[in-house]
Design a protein around this ligand. Structure first.
Ligand code: NAP
Length: 239
């Protein structure tokens, strides 16, 4: 049985990915920054092979503590949790920059450092990063966020290159607008939502399950020759 760890899987896209992996037969570790009813209900929905863990990804120490609680054997690592702060470049805040960079990029290095040696030994591994369409088409007020997503994608590309000989793949999912807690409030503004939908070739927003379907495919045996790929799940918004 494969073991998966999905960061930020108490809610949203991470939750859908973790549930889908559990459904496909993996033992899955769900994760949130904190204990919550959402985290418990996701674990309960996933069934007997699901476990939970909590921890802030913004400090080196808390990530170390989180890693210490995870099983040694992780076959599928999904780097999903992120911080997204809207700000203009002239309002640059070094503390916010550090937090966003730490959660979105530095924690990825720490988690990769923890899981790659075991994957290498077992000659199987799946790294899936959840980036954003902002990686290639950055929106105004998201300079730091977009920079972190580009950085994360480059970490994945390099992981793909370095670890391909060991049966380890690393791929990136680029969601467009997917309805989650992160944007639910903003999307309630009908005029804003309509304007956004008009820009998206599919004329609709995406669902977390549409990202999960791709993650499940990339995590499986059928995707063993796909590595270093960056795949939008966006209804064509990046075009
Ligand atoms: P979300 O609904 O806001 O959920 C965020 C998840 O991350 C929660 O599980 C949360 O835990 C956890 N989290 C937040 N800050 C954390 C921290 N400092 N340390 C550890 N965990 C933390 O997010 P989402 O919309 O599903 O987004 C998931 C991923 O997709 C993100 O990487 C995001 O950038 C990307 N994305 C989303 C969209 C979209 O339209 N939704 C578009 C493009 C890209 P708690 O529940 O404990 O708070």
């Amino acid at each position: 049985m494969k073991t998966a760890f999905v960061t930020g899987s108490s809610r949203g896209i991470g939750r859908a990915i973790a549930l889908r992996l559990a459904k496909s037969g993996a033992a899955v570790w769900f994760h949130g920054i904190k204990e919550s009813a959402e985290l418990d209900s996701a674990v309960a929905e996933a069934g007997e092979n699901a476990r939970k863990c909590v921890g802030d990804l913004s400090t080196v120490e808390s990530v170390k503590q989180l890693i210490a609680r995870l099983p040694e054997k992780i076959d599928i690592l999904v780097l999903n949790a992120s911080v997204q702060i809207y700000t203009y470049i002239e309002q640059f805040d070094p503390a916010e920059f550090d937090r966003e960079m730490a959660v979105n990029v530095r924690s990825a290095f720490q988690l990769l450092e923890a899981v790659l040696p075991g994957m290498k030994e077992r000659r199987f591994g799946r790294i899936i990063a959840v980036s954003s369409i902002n990686q290639t088409n950055p929106a105004a007020r998201l300079a730091v966020y977009s920079a972190t997503k580009s950085a994360l994608a480059n970490v994945c590309r390099i992981t793909a290159k370095e670890y391909a000989p060991y049966g380890i793949t690393a791929n990136v999912i680029l969601p467009g607008v997917i309805v989650t807690d992160r944007n639910r409030e903003a999307l309630k503004n009908q005029a804003f939502a309509d304007k956004l939908k008009a820009e998206i070739p599919a004329h609709r927003f995406g669902e977390p399950e549409e990202c999960a379907a791709l993650a499940a495919f990339l995590a499986g045996e059928d995707a063993s020759y796909i590595t270093g790929a960056e795949i939008p799940v966006s209804g064509g918004w990046q075009l």
